[in-house]
Design a protein around this ligand. Sequence first.
Ligand code: COA
Length: 219
Amino acid sequence: MDTTVAASAPITVRPSAEADVPAMVAIYSHHVSNGLGTFDPEPLQDDDIKRRRKNMLKRRLPHLVAECDGKIVGYAYAVPFRKRPAYRHAVKHSIYVHPDHLHSGIGRLLLPALIEACTAEGFRQMIGYVDAENLPSQKLHEMFGFRRVGLLEGVGFKYGRWTDALLMQRALGEGATSLPPERPKPERPGSGQPASSQPASSEPASSQAASGGGYSRTT
Ligand SMILES: CC(C)(COP(=O)(O)OP(=O)(O)OC[C@H]1O[C@@H](n2cnc3c(N)ncnc32)[C@H](O)[C@@H]1OP(=O)(O)O)[C@@H](O)C(=O)NCCC(=O)NCCS
């Protein structure tokens, strides 16, 4: 796949579309095989990312791509921090930049856009698991207000050795200083039903995220 982009081409961050999936798989597959950024054991298939993406959009979780000169040069998304209902106001996230375009300013556009989108959806905490040796990711996260809140020792086993994971966290919006807006509880496993049928009291501000409009940003 040709990934060259015109040097002066602007980078746009927008909600992902299904047509972006092959490009996201290519980016992810590179990092699975070469990098510190992922804990998945093997490359994903298009269908895996399509399914994950649909699940996230159903839960109003932002899923963004960075596009430059018509090419997908990075992506970032949020998933529930944990499945139990008590954790429904917290997300964890991932961010991947195309290997041919690392350290060219894409992460510093994608991460704040994801923070903004998660905040607009009413989430209150954002958590990243970052390999303890992944300095670029740690620096990027610190740049956008994430703090190191813990170190999980020896939790990963990659390339024949144990790895540590840093937990990095930042509050979104009012964080834990006020009560959260009501948010539908996640489905109980196996029931196909939400744990609570109570409607959300406030419409999430970036509801366009699921439909593909909303937060885009251009350099
Ligand atoms: C981590 C990652 C998302 C950063 O995105 P990026 O587009 O390369 O980063 P940017 O160019 O926007 O740089 C933003 C800041 O991150 C840090 N950074 C990025 N690349 C770096 C590098 N190679 N060495 C040191 N710091 C680096 C710097 O502080 C940089 O600020 P600066 O430009 O003032 O030096 C990207 O390197 C990546 O996709 N890595 C592989 C996958 C991965 O590790 N994902 C994160 C999983 S937690």
